[in-house]
Design a protein around this ligand. Structure first.
Ligand SMILES: *Cc1c(COP(=O)(O)O)cnc(C)c1O
Length: 414
């Protein structure tokens, strides 16, 4: 970054410190990953110059001959990868994608049935603090408090009574698979659209390692920077009949110009996702999550949903006398980065959960022995809060693992 050195040395220093932080900590944030370098290159490229509105071949500015090809590639590759009838690659984020889906076929005030936040849903699924709850009439379904799994009969009953125009399936914090076929049947008998938000799991679905929602859902949205590894942004997939409505809801409905550099990242990840490097990372992500879950169960931690079928593990840390926030801070001081999360039964005053994801460590190629060691480090740290000697020793162990599995000399698909 020779130019930044002159224009803003402070920013260069901060970026270098952040790069060091990434190399020297173990990232277990379920919504993060390490992007391929090629995608970082695209995002910092001249593609940032171009202002585009509209869609390939129908722009509002001249000079689009190359960016049109780029956006067409992103659309076609995403459609191919996920067997979708239509793709819109312009959303700036998962939230913008979701808002565009709602506005594509619903009027303000429409009834939407979705999963509540504390049971795993997302803010944009009608949480009180989200603009979505001011535009639409949301009702929420919960997981069964015993099994912490979605109770499809209860969802069907709620749909029967509430008569939603749209049902949302998909979650930010739910470690088990969702039965999209059942959700489709519920939506169909309610006469509702089915919208699946697969933000967290898109990479696993793209690698065809877990079932995907595309054949069942009218609309699918996802973020491209979580397990998908494609840089910041969102994508909407939909059935052909809604293509025009979705495109209009994105532009000009809810966004103006879009980021060509991010669209390039989406195009490249849709290409890489068909290759063995990407699929291997996703397989390792699943294997490592299962292994971590097994280790925590052995150590007496209670896991939400009893385990995992995805990259996520949600630990009820109250089973060890801690709050989610305290656990997050203790681990941060040993170089393990996680985030606290609500779990079923929480009021929104306190998060009892700690959510872990195995995407980033799998990209780094951390092997099974070291995944077991990471579980030991986490357990040791959580069981010895305030013990500086233990904390210092664990921090050294974390450094050593990081040194052995560097982020940018690893299994990141090039
Ligand atoms: C992360 C996430 C989003 C939102 O994505 P942003 O890019 O943060 O706007 C939407 N839905 C779900 C289920 C998510 O996990």
């Amino acid at each position: 970054m020779d130019n930044l050195k002159y224009d803003d040395p402070l920013l260069l220093e901060l970026i270098e410190l952040e790069a060091e932080r990434i190399e020297n900590t173990i990232d277990l944030v379920a919504s993060e990953t390490h992007m391929p370098k090629s995608i970082l290159e695209e995002m910092g490229s001249v593609l940032n110059h171009k202002t585009i509105e509209g869609y390939p071949g129908k722009r509002f500015h001249a000079g689009c001959e190359y960016v049109d090809i780029i956006e067409k590639l992103a659309i076609d590759r995403m459609k191919d990868l996920l067997q979708a009838e239509h793709a819109n690659v312009q959303p700036h984020s998962g939230s913008s994608a979701n808002i565009a889906v709602y506005f594509s076929v619903l009027d303000v005030g429409a009834r939407i049935l979705s999963m509540s936040l504390s049971h795993g849903g997302h803010l944009t699924h009608g949480h009180l603090t989200s603009m979505t709850s001011r535009c639409f009439n949301f009702q929420h379904y919960n997981v069964d408090l015993q099994t912490e799994l979605i109770n499809y009969d209860a969802v069907a009953r709620a749909a029967d009574q509430f008569k939603p125009e749209m049902i949302v399936a998909g979650a930010s914090s739910y470690p088990r698979l969702i039965d999209y076929e059942k959700m489709y049947q519920i939506a169909k008998s309610a006469g509702a659209y089915l919208f699946v938000d697969m933000a967290h799991i898109a990479g696993l679905v793209a690698a065809k390692l877990i079932p995907g929602p595309v054949p069942f859902a009218d609309f699918v949205s996802f973020t491209t920077y979580k397990t998908m590894m494609g840089g910041r942004g969102g994508v909407i997939l939909c059935k052909k009949e809604y293509a025009d409505a979705v495109d209009k809801a994105v532009f000009p409905g809810t966004q103006g110009t879009t980021a060509v550099s991010n669209i390039a990242g989406k195009a490249t990840i849709a290409k890489l996702a068909g290759q063995t490097g990407f699929i291997n990372v996703q397989q390792k992500t699943l294997d490592n999550a299962k292994l971590l879950a097994k280790e925590f169960l052995k150590k007496g931690y209670r896991l939400v949903g009893g385990g995992t079928d995805t990259h996520q593990i949600i630990i009820d840390v109250t089973s060890k006398g801690l709050s989610g926030a305290r656990a997050e801070r203790i681990l941060e001081s040993t170089g393990i980065i996680t985030n606290r999360n609500y779990i079923p039964g929480d009021t929104e005053k306190k998060a009892s959960g700690l959510r872990l994801g195995t995407g980033p460590i799998s990209v780094r190629g951390v092997d099974r022995n070291h995944v077991v060691q990471i579980a030991d480090i986490i357990d040791n740290a959580l069981m010895n809060p305030g013990n500086q000697e233990v904390s210092d020793r664990l921090r050294k162990d974390v450094f050593e693992i990081c040194r052995q599995f560097p982020v940018y000399n690893s299994s990141v698909p090039e």
